[in-house]
Design a binder for this molecule. Structure first.
Ligand SMILES: Cc1ncc(COP(=O)(O)O)c(C=O)c1O
Length: 446
């Protein structure tokens, strides 16, 4: 039986943490009257004042007025270092000269002309050269659309219906698998397996292999907490997909920035289709799906019975021009490698701080992408991260804002190219301060 004294102490620590979070929230509320007012006004026209669910958090999110380099200013005039990097799309910071110049010149040539333009073939070539698994590519407006089209390609190509996905994965607003799935998901015939569960996944494929159109997987769960896929797990998916005739789709919308050729290049794995998005259009809206010539050729309109893939803005002038400039002049292979090295170093320093303070905090991720988990248990799937200390995470978030660090409410960080040593030091300083100021409230690592 549990010691009543221990139980009482645990209850008292919990109550202290709850009241610290309440105080942090109320400090936030008082410091941000203009954001509060803006969201209240927006609520008259947008449900909850919001048009992008991930940006909502209680009591209300900060409203940003402007950005420059790696800095943001909210409508109350506070300055932040932007460690969120627009959930990976903001790879170039807010005012990269090459990108801003390219967009201005593209605008001077006319806004979208109802015809193929000069830049889309160039962007297509750059992508095919960077990702050897992509023989042909098509552009979309978002990563969600890219995944929807990849699934459409797989089901039509195989003439099968089932799609294997993983719990905790996020492939777009209508392809979300946190806690198993979402009521607004598209009605595909999904099988949901556990991420990194090699044997369980093999068993599922053995049962359903002949009906399987596709295996859709993020090489690292991004929104799901930057949980890297084990190389052996991902290699097994490659082998099994080939064995049962299913299309292996790597969703590299986030992970493609982990090297010039994405995580697939680092692992030397070739999916049948890859989906991309986020930073690919120089920060303008974009998505792309591409892969094996025999699959992608189904969309070749010069062929009889070709399938349609439409989209007014698929080749929009700004995304195409900015994408070419970004990939050739800014996010070069050398820049990709340096950025991801910086991220690896930062993550290891953050983890060292948590270890030194003996608190249950860990930063998972790869390269320039990382996410905080308030637990010291090993995390290999979304079920593991469900056990985290949510209060501690919330306190951390509000404290970081108070110290001028902007990151996602869930503790997600995506480094941009405009973040340097000084900014990383500022983040580490803020985390040190959190660990010192909140020492009495934080549980101890086991
Ligand atoms: C891995 C992954 N796939 C797809 C998407 C959807 O992309 P978009 O928001 O451009 O629709 C996201 C967005 O966060 C993502 O992280």
């Amino acid at each position: 039986m549990e010691d009543p004294m221990k139980r009482e102490m645990a209850a008292a620590s919990l109550a202290a943490l709850v009241s610290a979070v309440d105080r942090a929230r109320s400090t936030y509320l008082q410091a941000n009257p203009a954001s509060r007012e803006q969201i209240a006004q927006a609520s008259a026209y947008l449900p909850g004042g919001n048009t992008r669910s991930v940006l909502h958090y209680a009591p209300f999110p900060l409203v940003m007025a402007r950005g420059n380099g790696c800095r943001l200013w909210d409508v109350d005039g506070h300055e932040y270092l932007d460690f969120l990097g627009e959930f990976t799309a903001g790879l170039y910071g807010h005012s990269n000269e090459v990108i801003c110049g390219t967009i201005t010149s593209a605008l001077s040539l006319g806004i979208n002309m109802g015809a193929p333009g000069r830049k889309e073939a160039e962007l297509g070539r750059i992508i095919c050269e960077r990702f050897p698994s992509i023989e042909l590519v098509r552009f979309t407006n978002s990563g969600t659309e890219a995944n929807l089209m990849a699934l459409a390609a797989a089901t039509t190509f195989t003439e099968r219906r089932k799609i294997l996905v993983f719990s905790g994965a996020y492939h777009g607003g209508v392809l979300a698998f946190a806690r198993g799935g979402s009521p607004v998901n598209v009605p595909h015939d999904f099988l949901v397996a556990t991420y990194n569960d090699l044997h369980g996944t093999e068993a599922l494929i053995a049962t359903h292999g002949s009906e399987l159109a596709a295996i859709l997987v993020e090489p690292m769960l991004g929104s799901g907490g930057c949980i890297p896929g084990d190389p052996a797990f991902l290699a097994t998916l490659r082998r099994e997909a080939t064995a049962v005739g299913a299309v292996l789709i790597f969703d590299e919308v986030m992970t493609s920035r982990l090297s010039a050729g994405g995580r697939q290049a680092l692992l030397k794995l070739q999916p049948d289709i890859t989906t991309l998005g986020k930073y690919l259009g120089g920060g303008m809206s974009i998505g792309a799906f591409g892969g094996r010539r025999d699959i992608m050729s189904m969309f070749d309109p010069t062929q009889p019975h070709a399938f349609a893939h439409a989209g007014t803005f698929n080749n929009n002038a700004l995304s195409m021009a900015a994408g070419v400039a970004a990939l050739t002049q800014v996010f070069t292979p050398t820049a990709a490698s340096a950025l991801n090295t910086r991220g690896d170093e930062l993550r290891s320093q953050l983890n060292q701080l948590a270890r030194d303070a003996k608190v249950p905090m860990q930063w998972l991720g790869l390269g320039s992408l990382m996410s905080l988990h308030c637990t010291d248990k090993e995390i290999r799937s979304s079920a593991d991260s469900a056990q985290e200390n949510a209060l501690m995470k919330e306190l951390f978030f509000f404290d970081m804002l108070r110290h001028g660090i902007y990151l996602a409410r869930r503790g997600f960080i995506a480094l941009s190219l405009s973040i340097g040593d000084t900014e990383c030091e500022r983040l580490l300083g803020a985390v040190r301060l959190f660990l010192r100021e909140r020492r009495d409230l934080l549980p101890s690592a086991t």
